[in-house]
Design a protein around this ligand. Structure first.
Ligand SMILES: [Zn+2]
Length: 354
């Protein structure tokens, strides 16, 4: 088989990505991706898991796999029928963007899945990370039947997933001290439980949303630990990711990634910024887990002429060779040969270069 000779199948150590110590209280080491969420009311047939697929040089080439390509991590704030700030989106704008992503073959993964390299999507599909900041009531609310309300972010994600079955309904919610604007502990707990049970990520966006650059290191750690303690009380697993309020990095950059306050330690897999480009994946040499780029969801006006989602999604459509395309096999990293030098030597995966 001459084709096999073309494959640089390199088994390398399972190091940086999986060996990070977990945050406080999580000794289990359980880093599995949550079961694929089904839209509410459809049940979740456990027998529906597809058999594992092993990529080959041929299959990677056929899929046009490029698992060192760029991934849009899209940042959303409030959903309002009448926008007030330029970063607000209407429910219709979110719906239209998600439909665009689904039609273009994007499949959502959570920020934690992305940062840990657990990008388990079909061959030929592109990962997208949908992230919602500040825990606004328009992101998630349950109706009287206990289902997500229609025009919330979660309601719209399910609506699109029902129409485009390959569009996996998951997202990341980075929340502060009053998740989803809910006033009482009981409803906050119910909201967090619903989201976590359905495969969504609920994680740390600091307790009171300060500009971390303006705080002394000790206060930065306090902001993170207070929020981590709240999330734990609400039943969320330890946060794997953090989004920086305003995208503003603490003066000691590493403080956002790991630290300690009042006897409680924290350590995230990844810290996310607020702008302004697609991100390289975690197997790329240029990946910096303390400062991961995101893209603001917005049109092409003003500052968004570049830097926002309408611009970047057009750009990725026009540059398919620069976009992350999956080989369909989460155990391998498949890349065109020309990119072999860009991969980290400690990637916890087998590499297929074609
Ligand atoms: Zn924020």
């Amino acid at each position: 088989m001459t084709l096999v000779a073309n494959a640089a199948v390199v088994a390398v150590g399972l190091v940086a990505l999986m060996a990070l110590p977990s945050a406080e209280g999580d000794e289990s080491g359980d880093r599995r991706i949550p079961a694929r969420a089904e839209p509410p009311g459809q049940g979740s047939p456990s027998a529906a898991e597809p058999p594992p697929f092993t990529a080959t040089v041929e299959s990677a080439r056929e899929a046009g796999a490029n698992e060192l390509g760029l991934v849009p991590v899209i940042m959303y704030h409030r959903l309002l029928n009448k926008r007030i700030a330029s970063i607000d989106r209407t429910p219709a704008q979110l719906r239209a963007e998600l439909v665009r992503l689904a039609k273009a073959g994007y499949v959502p993964v959570t920020a934690a899945e992305f940062a840990s390299g657990r990008i388990d999507i079909p061959a030929g599909a592109h990962p997208v990370v949908l992230t919602f900041d500040d825990g606004h009531p328009s992101h998630f609310a349950l109706d009287d039947q206990g289902n997500p309300r229609n025009d919330t972010a979660v309601g719209i994600i399910y609506e699109v997933a029902a129409k485009y079955p390959d569009f996996r309904p998951v997202a990341t919610f980075w929340v502060n001290r009053a998740p989803f604007g809910l006033p009482d502990r009981e409803r906050q707990e119910a909201a967090v439980k619903w989201l976590v049970d359905h495969g969504f990520e609920v994680a740390n966006h600091t307790y009171s949303h300060p500009d971390l650059r303006r705080l002394p290191t000790k206060k930065v750690a306090e902001q993170i630990v207070r929020q981590e303690r709240l999330l734990k009380k609400l039943g969320a697993p330890p946060s794997r990711t953090l989004a920086l309020p305003y995208g503003s990095r603490p003066r000691k950059g590493g403080t956002a990634l790991a630290g300690k306050w009042d006897g409680t330690r924290y350590r995230f897999d990844a810290v996310f910024l607020a702008g302004a480009e697609p991100s390289v994946p975690p197997y790329a040499k240029s990946f910096d887990r303390s400062a991961i780029w995101r893209i603001q969801s917005n049109g092409k006006k003003g500052e968004c002429r570049r830097w926002c989602s309408a611009y970047w999604l057009d750009w990725l459509d026009k540059h398919p060779d620069r976009r992350y395309t999956s080989d369909g096999d989460p155990e391998h990293i498949s890349i065109p040969k020309r990119l072999r030098g860009n991969i980290i030597s400690k990637a916890a995966k087998k590499v297929i270069a074609y």
